[in-house]
Design a protein around this ligand. Structure first.
Ligand code: PLP
Length: 375
């Protein structure tokens, strides 16, 4: 890996972060401060309280330490490594911050020419936000498509390692990999991921949003081996809290420090912090529901495979299924007429005539199958 100071955009190194009242005197932000004997007149909050059901007049902890301590327990991270955790407003926030921190945008010169800045590599078909975030920042994206391992009625998708190697230039700062991948639903071969991480001198962002549904293990226990690795996980999927908007990034503390420096100071609101902290007591709920989803996934895959309209059901390590239909658009529209909404991925590289179907409850899956079988 190149030194972090070479990889980061130069001005990011010298940005001085906003110093909030709550970062100068951090103990103020626990909800127990009401009962404490201290008097907080440092943050221009409304000392009289708030009209909402839940008291929200005080600014929240900018670094969400209570929540991170609980995440340490759940993920078996020693507390001495709490500085390797970043929490964001969904995974969207670390995606955006990482691109902003590392990639110099391409600029329009006065001549009308576009001067290439830094670049990032993505492997389509993959999660749409990487490219959207890059576009917002006017950062160049190199696309190295996945490879279909078998054509026709079987197979899955794998990374084009040679293609990725060839796409790397001195200005390539980031490679985004998503495993299990959305929308293809499969995990990539572990050795291939490892070769890409260790063979690249920039930053690899490995999005593990769906890792709880996979048999394969997360790279998180091995984070310390890979100084250039950023792992993304989220509470939106297995933990069932998509509306809270809470995503995690794990990386060497030198990288996390940069993200903390450039994030909006209070990026995780108190309702999210407190709701998540309470919910994280219920690891049993999460484990049971993941088991239920996996059971439903296997049943649904089996039933889908038997349908006349379905050419191929791709293997899944996620809570959704990618299926190749004879005519995906027609099936999509028929389902919409019956009040069932799935994701039409027909327009996406390598996903011609494919629908992406989230695994629902048994009742929802029954409805889906009934709608698919009634012509
Ligand atoms: C759903 C999803 C996420 C989660 O995004 P949040 O902003 O945390 O809700 C991240 N990555 C991928 C690939 C996803 O499909």
């Amino acid at each position: 890996m190149r030194p972090l100071s070479d990889l980061l955009r130069k001005h990011i190194l010298t940005v001085k972060p906003y110093s909030s009242a709550r970062s100068e005197y951090p103990t103020a932000n626990t909800s127990s401060n009401q009962a404490s004997s201290k008097t907080f007149l440092d943050a221009n909050e409304n000392a009289f309280g708030s009209p909402s059901e839940i008291t929200v007049n005080r600014y929240p902890d900018p670094l969400q330490m209570a929540l991170k301590r609980r995440i340490c327990e759940i993920k078996q991270i020693p507390e001495s490594r709490i500085g390797t955790i970043f929490l964001g407003n969904g995974s969207d926030e670390p995606i955006d911050l990482i691109i902003r921190a590392f990639c110099e945008p391409s600029v329009h010169a006065a001549s009308g020419e576009i001067t290439e800045g830094d670049a990032m590599i993505i492997t389509p078909p993959t999660y749409g936000m990487y490219e959207v975030s890059a576009a917002i920042h006017h950062v160049a994206v190199k696309r190295v498509p996945l490879v279909r391992t078998f054509e026709g009625k079987t197979g899955t998708f794998c990374l084009d390692e040679d293609g990725i190697k060839q796409a790397i230039t001195p200005r390539t700062k980031l490679i985004f990999l998503c495993s299990p991948n959305n929308p293809t639903a499969n995990v990539f071969e572990r050795a291939a991921l490892e070769r890409i991480i260790t063979g690249f001198d920039g930053i690899v962002v490995l999005d593990e949003a769906y890792i709880d549904f996979a048999e394969a293990h997360s790279f998180l226990p091995r984070l310390a081996e890979f100084p250039n690795l950023v792992i993304l996980q989220t509470f939106s999927k297995a933990w069932g809290m998509a509306a809270l908007r809470l995503g995690m990034a794990f990386a060497d503390s030198s990288i996390i420090e940069v993200l903390n420096k450039i994030k909006p100071p209070y990026n995780i609101n108190i309702l999210t912090q407190e709701t998540a902290l309470k919910a994280l007591q219920h690891t049993d709920w999460k484990e049971r529901v993941v088991r239920d989803i996996l059971e439903e996934r296997e049943a649904l895959m089996h039933e889908l495979s038997a349908l006349h309209d379905v050419q191929h059901v791709f293997p899944s390590d996620a809570n959704f299924i990618l299926a190749h239909f004879t005519s995906a658009r027609a099936v999509y529209e028929r389902l919409v007429e019956k009040g069932i909404v799935v994701r039409d991925r027909s327009g996406v590289t390598l996903c011609e005539d494919c629908l992406r179907i989230t695994v629902g409850t048994p009742f929802e899956n029954e409805r889906l199958l009934a709608a698919l079988t009634s012509a």
